[in-house]
Design a protein around this ligand. Structure first.
Ligand code: SF4
Ligand code: SF4
Length: 112
């Protein structure tokens, strides 16, 4: 999930979307693993329906997120679906809009 900065129009103002100023909101989505993914097993789990997914912590973040820097600790080994997620793309903007104003571990999410 991470990538090149993207500019978007928002309420008539151009704002830049950047992973560097985002608390890894997309890393709260369910990440379904491909059989080819090389993610360490202790970071994964299975859903009730048997799908292999990234495990999440009690606050909903993927367990591969570094909680201090809010970045991926397995970036080089991240799942295929994470590689396809584009910063500033429709899904990125949707999840940012959905969680705008939500609190993270007592700290307001950084939304620009
Ligand atoms: S939601 Fe978008 S801006 Fe935030 S970390 Fe994910 S890809 Fe980057
Ligand atoms: S594997 Fe990395 S990029 Fe993918 S959801 Fe987890 S922390 Fe985010």
């Amino acid at each position: 999930m991470k990538g090149v900065p993207h500019r978007e129009d928002r309420e008539g103002m151009e704002r830049e979307v950047s992973c560097a100023r985002c608390d890894a909101i997309c890393c709260r989505l369910t990440v379904v693993l491909d059989p080819e993914d090389q993610v360490p097993g202790h970071l994964t789990t299975r859903t009730e329906r048997g799908l292999a997914v990234m495990a999440r912590d009690e606050d909903g973040w993927c367990v591969a997120v570094d909680p201090l820097r809010m970045c991926c600790t397995i970036y080089g080994q991240r799942p295929a679906v994470c590689r396809k997620f584009s910063m500033g793309g429709p899904y990125c903007r949707e999840i940012r809009a959905t969680h705008h104003g939500q609190l993270r571990r007592g700290i307001p999410l950084t939304m620009y």
